[in-house]
Design a protein around this ligand. Structure first.
Ligand code: GTP
Length: 400
């Protein structure tokens, strides 16, 4: 079923569309997922940078207190180390913010505070270097360092609040985006499924239409259009293989009487019943069609006249004996059959049909419920075979 669907151009198109939609959906889904992951990782990095920087401030304060108790160049070096550590943290945070500007909504406002703090830390470094030469300068150094530490703590608190606010907003946006993308995915997949179902439906409709075009509604047998197509191909093949091809024309006898006596619905039932029997009695390789009101045609590839006559007589007898066993008709309907054969010659279907039609006409004229044959002029005569079955061979005037 799937393979048949894919073989159709519409089916292939729908499948390609479905695959493209699914691929697009998967790409969008994974893009949103990785964007969420990246934002969360960037946020964690920035927050941990700020927390580390915040931890350096009390360490500096402790070093200053220790230094003021025992002012020595050793302690001042220690203070200097924490000042440069604070500067390093500040630089890290600045470059982290530069790299992930989207994590903070108002960067410009913080920018001035960063430059001011950076300048003050540079001044503090100079002061601590002077204090290393002159330890008595430890008090002014401590006073300024305390002020800078306060400014640092304020800035980092502000920064954390900013980052948290932005992160909450971004999480909200991401959640909405995820919902929108999920809805879009569902829509796309539904569209792809709907498209595939529509193509399958159209494909089925087309098959039904095709079937209706080739079959007869009442009996379910093939119609004349299909028979002509199959016959043309079979004649070409027969010519190529130099093989015989026979055509039987079957007509129900006195069908008008059946209609008149029992009514049209019974007539239809007779037509269906005879069709069913003809179908059961004919070979699968033969093509059986209803080509007129009560007229049928059986195309028999690879069948010589002798075999075609045998088959025709078998059909005639079966219909006469069994056709209407379950219907209350006064007498079983009978059929007359005209047979012709194309002995690997180059005939058209119309030509072949006219020979079978003439043979049928002869069968009707000779009393009905019988088989007659007529061969194309150039074909060899199966006269001796026909004698054996008690049939009459009608010869073309040109042939006799
Ligand atoms: N019930 C029914 N009758 C149909 C259908 N198609 C054609 N007929 C009838 O078939 C009858 C054919 O009548 P005729 O052509 O005179 O042939 P016949 O009565 O069989 O006589 P012979 O063929 O000479 O034996 C007509 O009455 C048509 O109305 C059909 O689909 N259903």
């Amino acid at each position: 079923m799937m393979r048949r669907f894919l073989r159709q151009p519409g089916g292939r198109l729908a499948s390609i569309f479905a695959v493209i939609l699914c691929a697009m959906s998967a790409v969008m889904g994974s893009y949103v997922y990785s964007a969420c992951q990246k934002a969360s990782a960037d946020y964690t990095t920035l927050v941990s940078d700020i927390v580390l920087a915040q931890q350096a401030t009390p360490q500096l304060r402790a070093a200053l207190e220790e230094g003021s108790r025992q002012p020595s160049s050793e302690h001042i070096k220690y203070i200097d180390y924490f000042i440069s550590l604070s500067k390093q943290h500040l630089n890290n945070i600045q470059s982290s913010i530069e790299r992930h500007r989207y994590l903070i909504s108002d960067v410009e406002y913080l920018h001035n505070h960063f430059s001011e703090l950076s300048n003050r830390l540079s001044d503090l470094t100079q002061q601590s270097q002077q204090a290393q030469q002159r330890p008595e300068l430890i008090d002014p150094l401590q006073r300024v360092a305390m002020e800078v530490g306060g400014a640092q703590a304020w800035l980092y608190n502000q920064l954390l609040e900013e980052v948290r606010d932005t992160s909450v907003q971004q999480r909200l946006v991401m959640q909405r985006l995820s919902i929108a993308v999920s809805a879009l995915l569902v829509l796309m997949v539904s569209a792809a499924i709907t498209l595939c179902l529509a193509v399958i439906h159209l494909h089925r409709q087309r098959n039904v239409m095709h079937q209706l075009m080739l079959t007869d509604e009442l009996t379910g047998l093939y119609n004349r259009r299909h028979l002509v197509n199959v016959a043309s191909a079979a004649l070409t093949q027969a010519l190529r293989d130099r093989a015989p091809l026979s055509l039987l024309l079957l007509d129900i006898d006195h069908f008008k009487q059946i209609n008149d006596t029992y009514g049209h619905p019974t007539g239809d039932k007779v037509l269906r019943q005879i069709s069913k029997q003809l179908r059961e009695l004919s070979r699968p390789s033969d093509t059986l069609a209803r080509i007129g009101g009560e007229e049928f045609c059986l195309l028999m590839p690879n069948t010589a006249t002798h075999d075609a006559l045998q088959a025709a007589d078998r059909l005639r007898r079966e219909i006469e004996v069994n056709a209407m066993s379950d219907m209350e008709l006064h007498a079983n309907p009978t059929i007359s059959i005209g047979v012709t054969t194309c002995q690997s010659g180059s005939l058209t279907f119309e030509q072949l049909y006219s020979f079978a039609d003439k043979a049928l006409y002869q069968a009707k004229a000779l009393g009905r419920n019988r088989v007659e044959s007529l061969l194309p002029p150039t074909e060899p005569s199966p006269y001796s075979e026909l004698q054996a079955y008690g049939h009459t061979l009608i010869r073309e005037s040109s042939d006799s």
